[in-house]
Design a protein around this ligand. Structure first.
Ligand code: GLY
Length: 388
């Protein structure tokens, strides 16, 4: 088992190098990716251009806002603002918004714009996205339906990733004074935290309900190796999602889930720290890694360190720094000829005998990996006010 104590501490030279490279790399992408977005993942190292579709475009805009925060450089702000307009159009015209990923899309793009610059278009767009998200709440079962037509039996389920969509609802209540957004978020959270965590502290990716009675039925994977395994990124959504839930609710349950999901994640890392895409695989394995899962987990640990005191808070921050150093040394792009992303060795989806996906973005950069890597860097550099 990996001994975190033995890993080298993060030093400011490594952090500064990481920052310098990320700013340079993001700058070099502005020409191609201001009127277009980065696709969900790179292909042979480089991102295709994408319209504002899928669940992933908010991460590129979020990366621009993070660069703006790091550098104060107006070119990042201008590019991000252009994209905020695109997000407004997307929600008004209902372009690919028939799913629950409103937080992934609208928190790092539009909530960020509003928090950082008072951008009113960002505020309006994010509130419309929050309305869209609450419209997916299913009373029978008490959860937000992730995918597909509302009420469809084969899609009557929640997924663990949704924990990252809930901050948009808590923000909407803070912003408008209307409590119903937070109420829905709390109900979903209560249902999800009760069902997705297993007794060994690993997590289910998705959980089905009976459409007629609302009874919880069974945990099933979509992107993990098998129903009973721990998909690395799903576990990471559990870590960061529970830390963010604690940020808003200050409840024991969220902190307990954070402690348990994080404990499982860290104790199942391979010796060289970068997780395989599913925790069914341990070293040595030829299966691909998912660096993004580690980036997400580091952000969760840094968020939780803000809400814990004394030694525990210091330790969380120190461990997160150590993990970030490994992520930087083993996965950061350091040559623009190799990739126009920031973080190598992510896996969007890996087909297995038991799951429902096709191979997609295997051992590539993906845009949320880039984003959470940079978010972790910003969190390690300064006291950061989350977009979430
Ligand atoms: N939220 C979808 C994913 O993590 O792939």
């Amino acid at each position: 088992m990996l001994d975190l104590e033995k890993l080298a501490d993060l030093d400011s030279a490594a952090l500064n190098d990481a920052e310098k490279y990320a700013l340079m790399q993001t700058t070099s992408c502005l020409d191609r990716f201001t009127n277009f977005f980065k696709y969900s993942h790179a292909e042979n190292g480089f991102y295709p251009q994408s319209e504002n579709v899928e669940w992933t475009t908010g991460f590129w805009t979020g990366q621009l806002w993070l660069c703006y925060e790091l550098s104060g450089d107006e070119k990042f702000r201008k590019a991000a603002e252009c994209q905020v307009d695109s997000f407004y159009k997307r929600i008004i015209e209902k372009i690919d918004v028939e799913h629950h990923d409103m937080g992934f899309l609208y928190s790092p793009s539009c909530v960020a714009a509003y928090k950082l610059t008072g951008n009113e278009t960002g505020r309006k767009a994010a509130l419309l996205a929050a309305d869209n998200l609450v419209s997916r709440f299913q009373q029978k079962g008490g959860f937000i339906q992730a995918w597909g037509p509302l009420g469809a039996e084969d899609n009557y389920r929640l997924i663990i990733d949704c924990l990252l969509n809930l901050p948009l609802l808590f923000w909407a209540t803070e912003e408008t004074g209307d409590g119903h957004y937070a109420e829905i978020a709390k109900k979903h959270l209560e249902t999800a935290l009760k069902l997705v965590l297993r007794s060994d502290d690993s997590t289910y990716h998705t959980y089905y309900f009976d459409k007629t009675t609302g009874e919880p039925l069974r945990g099933v994977t979509a992107q993990g190796n098998r129903d009973g395994s721990a998909w690395a990124r799903g576990q990471a959504w559990g870590v960061y999602g529970s830390a963010l839930a604690y940020r808003y609710l200050k409840n024991d349950k969220s902190m307990d889930v954070f402690n348990r999901t994080t404990g499982y994640f860290l104790s199942h890392l391979p010796d060289d720290v970068i997780p395989y895409w599913d925790f069914d695989f341990t070293n040595p394995s030829t299966e691909p890694r998912d660096s993004s899962a580690l980036a997400i987990t580091i952000c969760g640990m840094l968020e939780a360190s803000r809400w814990t005191n004394g030694e525990k808070s210091v330790l969380l921050r120190q461990e997160a720094g150590k993990l970030f150093r490994q992520l930087y040394e083993r996965c950061a792009v350091t040559d623009p000829q190799v990739s126009d992303g920031l973080l190598l060795h992510g896996t969007y989806a890996r087909k297995s005998k038991w799951n429902t996906c096709r191979n997609r973005g295997v051992d590539e950069c993906n845009i949320w990996g880039d984003y959470y890597y940079l978010e972790a860097l910003v969190r390690l550099k300064k006291d950061w006010d989350p977009y979430w």
